[in-house]
Ligand binder design. Structure first.
Ligand code: XCC
Ligand code: SF4
Length: 624
């Protein structure tokens, strides 16, 4: 193991992380921070997007000396193609997750599973109505069958636009059509991106970028949106509730199981199984006081939003959770699961269980979850966890920090409830300048940053400026650990936001869910725009992903921008090798879709940037 030159204090702002980083060093466990050091400096060609590996006449690296690839492609085309494929990865991730949700819903509708049910029938019928599926006097399961088909249609290639496009303000829909960026089908746009970026197809960088916008809109307004809506139908629409965050949620004297990944289809079943008396008794028989389930990353968000299950940590906490030595088993589905978790687990007694054929990890045990056997498999996994409790070395257990309380569960339905059933009070508060605007801070961690420093400080700065903050994904845990997800944190907010949130009894930072739940933010933006009678791009809104790492985060940023929401990123994607693509992202898109990207690593300066943008939009609406 190489020695890391960074101090643990520079790696993370959190006491629980720092304590575990020290323990990892003592225990000889390598972490993501160590491997980052081994990989630094990164390849400058890769970092700027100037390396093309699309065919075997190459790979080609663009430089002053050799400005064209073997086929004749220049920097702009190569960067645009690489970026297009990067975004396709993100869109595919969210959307394939969405497809898995539809398949579960379809299986329920056709009576092919008893392990899943329709938990929110009211929402199911409401959405059926919205999408033109007949509901009057029909059997609920017949409606569900048709609605499942309707959802599948949004993935295919036979429609001119995906179903939820009806939510977008009309003026904006017209402009998307004119620009040729109306998403027709989720899979279609992703496949077309792969086609366009084959050698010898779309060799016009701006044209490729426009298709990127279309493909990402397909993710936001269909793939992700369907994932969210179907998850609510199957597992319940979130409502405000208390939960706890940080590594302190792990329990010294209980069997600890972590769920990690994204799709509630697996984690919801694990949750049911840990609550079965048979297993609680078995755990006690083995000397534990009970079974403790905690979440990581987005599947953690899903369980927290709906069931108040505690959150052990975000992306950079996943290895460190195992370093506590207190985790018997970690069960994963897909996305954002570092392969290193298997090795870290091997340093302790922690078993990793994979559940999806599309995400297997060498060294982990595979317990394949299918729709007809979800419950049976969940029981198998929980039993394995309990059996491992006797293997725990209690001398090596160290659980840092006391958990922090948070308030979660702000679906749009819950937010509307809090507002008394209509969006009007929020619009009035925005018009009056009490809430000057709203910003969705979303996305990941990245070891290139001091963990959560930007996520937390940007959130704090914005609420000070009377800007309502909505968090999803891994920013949730950051805001939560900082105490910002509690109604009490209004003390840190500006006077206007304090007044509005105070009277509603809600925090100035609202947790709206997982990464696919960024679709909830899109829907909220559309609700606001429709209420005021403008486009989303006219609203005083912004998005930010300060510490992003993943393809999915870039895709979210792109659908936010394409939807008319200015989006701040802490660092640029790998596009800086092309002035054309970079300028389009930072300026050019503004003329086309009414929004663009802004790059700023410093959270305090980023807050200023966002504030300026919000002021500009308020002026545009005649509000300032
Ligand atoms: Fe992954 Fe969704 Fe990023 Fe967290 S926030 S690191 S993408 S888990 Ni989506
Ligand atoms: Fe090189 Fe062109 Fe092939 Fe890319 S597509 S590797 S630039 S020859």
């Amino acid at each position: 193991m190489t020695e890391n030159k960074r101090n643990v204090e520079d790696m993370s702002i959190w006491e629980d992380a720092q304590q575990m980083l020290r323990k990892a060093q003592r225990d000889g466990v390598e972490t993501v921070w160590d491997r980052l050091e081994q990989q630094t400096p990164h390849c400058p060609k890769g970092e700027s997007g100037l390396c093309c590996r699309i065919c075997t006449m190459g790979p080609c690296r663009i430089s002053k000396k050799s400005p064209l690839g073997v086929c004749g492609a220049g920097a702009d085309v190569i960067v645009a193609r690489n970026f297009g494929r990067f975004l396709a990865g993100g869109a595919a991730g969210h959307s394939d997750h969405g497809r898995d949700c539809i398949e579960a819903f379809h299986a329920v509708a056709y009576g092919k599973t008893e392990d899943y049910q329709i938990k929110d029938e009211k929402k199911m019928l409401r959405i059926a109505d919205e999408l033109g599926v007949a509901t009057e006097g029909r059997d609920v399961m017949d409606v569900a069958k048709d609605l499942a088909d309707e959802f599948f249609e949004s993935f295919g290639s036979r429609r001119e636009e995906v179903a939820f496009i009806g939510r977008v303000p009309e003026k904006q829909r017209e402009s998307w059509k004119k620009l040729g960026i109306m998403p027709r089908g989720v899979d279609r746009e992703i496949t077309e991106m792969m086609h366009r970026t084959h050698m010898g197809c779309d060799n016009d960088a701006a044209n490729t970028m426009l298709h990127s916008a279309r493909m990402c809109l397909g993710d936001g307004w269909a793939g992700s949106m369907i994932a969210t809506e179907v998850s609510d139908i199957l597992f319940g629409t979130p409502s405000p509730r208390k939960a706890k965050v940080n590594l302190g949620v792990l329990k010294k004297d209980q069997v600890n199981i972590l769920v990690h990944g994204h799709n509630p289809i697996v984690s919801e079943k694990i949750l049911e199984a840990v609550n079965e008396q048979e297993f609680i008794d078995l755990a006690k028989e083995k000397g534990a006081k009970g079974i403790n389930l905690a979440g990581l990353c987005c599947t953690g968000n899903e369980l927290m939003m709906r069931k108040g299950i505690p959150m052990a940590g975000n992306h950079l906490m996943t290895e460190l959770a195992i370093v506590t030595g207190a985790v018997e088993l970690i069960v994963v589905d897909y996305q954002c699961i570092m392969p290193s978790l298997v090795q870290v687990g091997n340093c302790y007694h922690t078993k990793m269980i994979t559940t999806a054929d599309k995400a297997r990890f060498t060294g982990a045990d595979h317990v394949k979850f299918e729709l007809h056997n979800g419950m049976e498999q969940a029981r198998k996994v929980v039993r394995m966890a309990i059996e491992r409790y006797s293997m725990r070395n209690h001398d090596r257990v160290e659980i840092p920090a006391e958990p922090v309380d948070i308030m979660t569960g702000f679906s749009n339905e819950a937010l509307l409830d809090a507002l008394g059933g209509s969006i009007t009070p929020l619009v009035d508060a925005i018009k009056a300048g009490k809430v000057r605007g709203a910003v969705g801070i979303v996305g990941c961690n990245n070891p290139k940053y001091k963990h959560d420093y930007c996520n937390v400080n940007l959130t704090r700065e914005l609420i000070k400026k009377d800007i309502l903050v909505i968090v999803t994904g891994c920013v949730t845990t950051a805001a939560g650990k900082a105490g910002l997800l509690l109604p009490e944190s209004i003390e840190q907010a500006g006077p206007g936001l304090q007044e509005v949130c105070g009277s509603l009894g809600i925090p100035p930072v609202l947790h709206m869910g997982s990464c696919v739940d960024n679709a909830r933010i899109l829907q909220l933006a559309a609700l606001l725009a429709n209420e005021i009678g403008v486009s989303i791009s006219d609203l005083p809104l912004a998005a930010s992903s300060p510490e992003w790492y993943s393809e999915k985060a870039a895709t979210i940023g792109t659908y936010a921008v394409a939807s008319g929401i200015y989006t701040h990123l802490g660092h640029p994607p790998n596009i800086t090798g092309s002035p054309l693509v970079t300028n389009l992202a930072l300026e050019g898109l503004d003329d086309l879709v009414g929004a663009c990207f802004g790059i700023e690593p410093d959270p305090f300066k980023a807050a200023e940037l966002i504030d300026k943008r919000i002021t500009m939009k308020r002026k545009g609406l005649g509000l300032e």
